[in-house]
Ligand binder design. Structure first.
Ligand code: SF4
Length: 349
């Protein structure tokens, strides 16, 4: 563990006090914030408008607990899975997904996940810690550079759907989002950021009351509480209807989009009755449905529904006027697809 303080822990008033005590001008704080959050620089030596003396003073006292890229795998469909080592040796993953009109990154918020969803590779590692806001931010900084170098494009969308449950690390997540979308920061449009949750009503209500600047995706994945209890343990505490009530409030308060994510699991949630119930859950609600073919996770007992059934779900929802999209599975050959991230650094699949 590093003994110096990560300078990003200091709030602006603390930075001002430090610069004053170091006999440095106040405007240097603004420059430092621009280096860190607008340019995404995490190395004092690269802060070229600082004197060598100032850089040495900063280096003597502070550090950056960086995430370090340790592995990059490229899928046949050009999806990039990046594994990063954190300061405490934990490994996290982010996935960069290029498509015709956009480049999206899927980022992580914890080093594993305690939610224990039975279909998910991340949930196999329950010893999770929360990522700091700068560890979340650095995944986006990396993705912006990589999108430009590799695809000659700007990073256009962020989905918080990687490792971990975002609402279990809400403070760090919202702090990172304010830097990704604010000034100083990357200034990305909040409408391009989607946070995916298994559904924690209290936290959704809090986000609504705080006028959160992101869209929400709810990992529904079942049409009844009895079914959902079996695959998403937190459902025993937070029922589907309670989550949907909270989502409606979120939409009312913030105007953000809401999506239902529905993993298509063969023989688990893909019967005609499931379809009917899914349609009725969408009633009286401006919600879009993403139907997601299941990506195999070694050691877990699930298979994806057939293409015919998935297409039938899409067509039936559409007929009822509900926007329904079959999500393309991206990067499944490198275990980068939805539900496959396990923080293994690409070594154990
Ligand atoms: S699906 Fe999401 S909430 Fe569930 S175990 Fe995986 S990472 Fe955690």
């Amino acid at each position: 563990m590093n003994e110096k303080t990560d300078i990003r822990q200091l709030i602006p008033t603390e930075l001002e006090a430090w610069f004053e005590a170091a006999d440095e001008k106040k405007f240097r704080v603004r420059q430092l914030l621009e280096w860190m959050w607008t340019k995404g620089i995490n190395d004092f030596n690269l802060m070229t408008n600082f004197s060598v003396e100032l850089r040495n003073k900063l280096t003597a006292e502070f550090d950056f607990q960086r995430i370090t890229l340790i592995n990059q795998q490229i899928s046949a469909d050009k999806t990039v899975k990046a594994a990063f080592r954190c300061y405490d040796n934990q490994v996290i993953e982010a996935v960069l997904i290029p498509s015709d009109d956009r480049v999206t990154v899927c980022i992580s918020v914890q080093t594993g996940c305690k939610m224990g969803c039975t279909f998910c590779a991340t949930g196999l590692n329950k010893q999770a810690r929360d990522l700091t806001f700068w560890e979340i931010f650095e995944q986006v900084a990396y993705s912006r550079r990589e999108a430009s170098l590799r695809f000659g494009a700007e990073l256009s969308n962020i989905v918080v759907m990687g490792m971990g449950e975002p609402f279990m690390n809400y403070e760090n997540l919202t702090r990172a989002i304010s830097l990704i979308s604010g000034t100083p920061g990357f200034g990305m449009s909040p409408s391009r950021i989607t946070v995916s949750t298994v559904g924690i009503p209290d936290m959704i209500l809090r986000a609504a009351d705080e006028d959160a600047k992101f869209n929400l995706a709810f990992s529904l994945h079942a049409s009844t509480d009895a079914e959902r209890n079996k695959i998403i343990p937190i459902n025993k505490k937070h029922k589907i209807d309670d989550v949907i009530d909270a989502l409606k409030y979120f939409q009312q308060q913030t105007g953000g989009d809401v999506t239902f994510e529905y993993l298509m699991l063969n023989g688990v949630n893909d019967s005609p009755d499931d379809l009917k119930r899914l349609i009725s859950l969408c009633c009286n609600f401006r919600v879009k449905v993403n139907l997601i073919p299941y990506n195999i996770v070694p050691g877990l007992p699930y298979k994806s529904s057939s293409d015919e059934i998935i297409d039938y779900f899409v067509a039936s929802l559409s007929k009822k006027g509900i926007i329904a999209i079959r999500r393309k599975s991206r990067g499944s050959d490198i275990a980068a697809a939805c539900g496959q991230l396990a923080g293994t650094g690409g070594k154990s699949y």
